[in-house]
Ligand binder design. Structure first.
Ligand code: CP
Ligand code: NVA
Length: 304
């Protein structure tokens, strides 16, 4: 196992399955792990807002017997008040793990390079690996398997889409990204995913038509059209992404038993309608809860 969890690609397929197994055990019997990380401290660095990540990492480390130190943007002022190198060299003497949510992916890479302790990526502009773990754990709970399923991500080819592709490629889940032209996943992410998919046999593809994308899909996934840091483009993107809204008519075109997932926060009425997110096909809150269980498994694997 690597020291850090910066991308889904840091875990082998077997390690990913091991994480799911451990997360399921922790979910069923949290009391068995109450002292697993006794006395260990996790720093939580946030340069962007958060509800789920903040609460699940904070509660998660406490449920394992440890402590957290949340650090908000104004407190560290990463790269301005102090360099990433100096922050890493300080924190490695004070805490046993670092969770970080930031903008440029290179910041988490640099933090991991300079810190002797585990570093966990809790979202960058490039990827959101903890989210993808929770997502596939949720699919596995509901569908009872992963290999051979089809997930269609409808919307912006962003950080969340990248991690879903990486994990699908590792786990043998076919991933179709249906997005407007010009909003595809990065070509680097696509080539990495397609390379990994050769081993699992997964098909990773991009289409520009939502109806085409969701055909035969078992899982329909969407995310906000403008991610954190892209707020200024919000209005422009609304017009471009409108044909990629996940509504009841689009869900009808997927498999009958298709489920709906969303990393949240959702902009109801934009990328998803109430009728879908509040329907019996939607498992978004189970998915949010699973952030807790799967991240506890990751903390245990890296910090034990
Ligand atoms: N899905 C997710 O990461 O939520 P937060 O931004 O609220 O942490
Ligand atoms: N793509 C979104 C995910 C939020 C959890 C963002 O980066 O804002």
């Amino acid at each position: 196992m690597k020291k850090d969890f910066l991308t889904i690609r840091d875990f082998t397929p077997d390690e990913l399955l091991g994480t799911f197994k451990l997360a399921a055990e922790m979910k069923a019997h949290p009391e068995h792990f109450a002292t697993a990380l006794k006395g260990k401290t996790l720093a939580l660095i946030f340069e962007k807002p958060s509800l789920r990540t903040r609460v699940t990492f904070d509660v998660g480390i406490q449920q394992l017997g440890g402590f957290s130190v949340p650090l908000l943007p104004a407190e560290i002022s990463l790269g301005k008040r102090e360099s990433v190198f100096d922050v890493a060299k300080n924190l490695e003497r004070m805490v046993q793990g670092i969770m970080i949510r930031t903008f440029a992916h290179q910041i988490v890479v640099d933090m991991a390079k300079h810190a002797s302790i585990p570093v966990i990526n809790a979202l960058t502009d490039y990827s959101h690996p903890c989210q993808a773990l929770a997502d596939y754990l949720t699919v596995r709970e509901i569908k009872g398997k992963l290999k051979g399923l089809k997930l269609c991500y409808v919307g912006d080819g962003n950080n969340v889409a990248h991690s879903l592709m990486f994990a699908g490629a590792r786990l043998g889940v076919n991933v179709t990204v249906a997005c407007p032209k010009g909003y595809e996943p990065s070509s680097l992410a696509l080539s990495h995913a397609q390379e990994d998919a050769q081993e699992s046999g997964a098909r990773i593809e991009i289409v520009h038509d939502a109806s085409e994308g969701v055909r035969n899909a078992d899982v329909i996934y969407t995310d906000v059209w403008a991610s954190m840091g892209q707020e200024a483009e919000g209005e422009k993107r609304k017009a471009i992404f409108r044909p990629f809204q996940v509504n009841a008519a689009l869900m009808e075109k997927a498999n009958k038993s298709a489920i709906f997932l969303h990393c949240l926060p959702a902009h109801r009425g934009d990328e998803v309608t109430d009728e879908v997110i509040d329907s019996s096909a939607s498992f978004v809150f189970q998915e949010a809860e699973n952030r807790l269980h799967v991240q506890k498994a990751v903390l245990y694997q890296l910090m034990k």
